[in-house]
Design a protein around this ligand. Structure first.
Ligand code: PGA
Length: 253
């Protein structure tokens, strides 16, 4: 990571876990044990229904609340969907866009991810956009091609002044929830490639300013080595974010 040029972030992705009462309890536990976090911004990305409780519970603590999805239109006949304005009004600051589980189970494509990035930025939210190759793509040796296409389409028509604020998460699909982690060298190689794509789309200054996270079975035992890589500026943490005892140690490394 490089704290001189860019923001460093540890974000929990709770996925479909924790009722509002459980969310309140977990955030209180995190607050009690986290103390002063020096090196990163801490975010918890919670289910929609937990947002009001999470915003209230994090008040006064240096923890921000994120959502896990957003619709690409600002309003309209989209039954079951949630817009940027709705999230913003509740006090949400960040939103995960294009998580592989949404790509796999909810039909998200590189194009909807791009539309959602525009919607998040237009709505005043900071997106955390996820990219990553599957095991099959890795086996075929096309990881970098997949990542390049994902990043290029995600950033399509995003102006430079906005691009620099977008957080990118490299999450190899084969490492998510599996207990398998990319080696620090593997993760660094792809994160550096992502930065190179941003450099080619914009310029060196913007590439240097963009925060890139690693996600995929990050835990207190492997976090330090991953975060020591020059192009890894933080983590998107799934399983280990569901308990204070495994999330907090990553935040206070
Ligand atoms: P994991 O999930 O840490 O449980 O692998 C990461 C993610 O999906 O964001």
């Amino acid at each position: 990571m490089n704290r001189r040029y860019r923001k460093t972030v540890i974000a929990g992705n709770w996925k479909m876990n924790k009722t509002p009462a459980e969310a309140k309890a977990l955030i209180n536990e995190i607050k009690e044990t986290i103390g002063k976090v020096k090196w990163c911004d801490v975010i918890v990305c919670v289910p929609f229904v937990d947002i009001p409780v999470a915003v209230k519970a994090t008040k006064g603590a240096k923890i921000s609340v994120g959502a896990q999805n957003i619709h690409f239109e600002p309003k309209g006949a989209y039954t079951g969907e949630i817009s940027a304005d709705m999230l913003k009004e509740l006090g949400v600051k960040y939103v995960i866009v294009g998580h592989s589980e949404r790509r796999t189970y909810h039909g998200e494509t590189n194009e909807t991810v791009n539309a959602k990035l525009h919607a998040s930025i237009d709505g005043g939210l900071t997106p955390i956009v996820c990219v990553g190759e599957t095991q099959a793509q890795r086996d075929m040796g096309i990881s970098k091609d997949i990542i390049r296409a994902q990043v290029k389409t995600a950033f399509y028509k995003i102006p430079a002044d906005r691009a620099r604020k977008i957080i990118i998460a490299y999450e190899p699909v084969w490492a998510i929830g599996t207990g398998l982690t990319a080696t620090p060298a593997e993760a660094q190689e792809i994160c550096s490639e992502i930065r190179a794509v941003i450099r080619s789309l914009y310029d060196a200054r913007i590439a240097r300013a963009v925060t890139i996270l690693y996600g995929g079975s990050m835990n207190p035992a492997n976090a330090a080595e991953l975060l020591a890589q020059p192009d890894i500026d933080g983590g998107l943490i799934g399983g280990a974010s569901l308990k204070a005892e495994t999330f907090v140690p990553i935040c206070v490394l």
